[in-house]
Design a protein around this ligand. Sequence first.
Ligand code: ZN
Length: 211
Amino acid sequence: MNIILLAPPAAGKGTMSELISKKYDLEPLSTGDLLRAVLNKGDEESVRLKKIMDSGQLIDDDYILSLVKEKLGNNKGYIFDGFPRTINQADALDTLLTSINDKIDKVIYITVPKEVSLKRTIGRRVCPNCKKVYNIYFNKPKNEKICDECGSNLIKRNDDVEEVFNKRYDTYLKETMPLIEYYKNKGLLEEVENIDKEETFAQITKILEEI
Ligand SMILES: [Zn+2]
């Protein structure tokens, strides 16, 4: 079974991916992770990639696809996360899977009201010491500035501000809408609103049991 997860920023995609991969023994395949793995090698290839990324350009489809291709073939299936990002990539993935007698079974579009995404982002506080993550709206520490576990001062990351959030959110919608249409037309798209974690996972489970 292969599924694709699509979700705007802070819709809880990471958590769902983890829950799904555990229950169905699927391998999460995130192009972000694949790219980071290449960057960490520190070889010539990583230097080339870093240059492109630092200049704010996108890594080309062919390269991303070659990374994905290398990973395929585990006999269990995958959860694609952060890929495909464009119709071109979606077509290429389709071709790639067809060539190994495989296919995408479902595309799960996880949504959440924008103001919830926003609060999840701007309310996030991280402990620099023990790495525990809090949220001042949904998962408050006893004292807003201090880690319950280790007493360190909590940090709000520079990216976790409304302006950056809005920009990322709008970019996401603009980029992803064509993909949503693409998979809807193929009859593969299922939309699930993620308000309550257990409820959402139950809904996704129901969808996947019907494959
Ligand atoms: Zn801590």
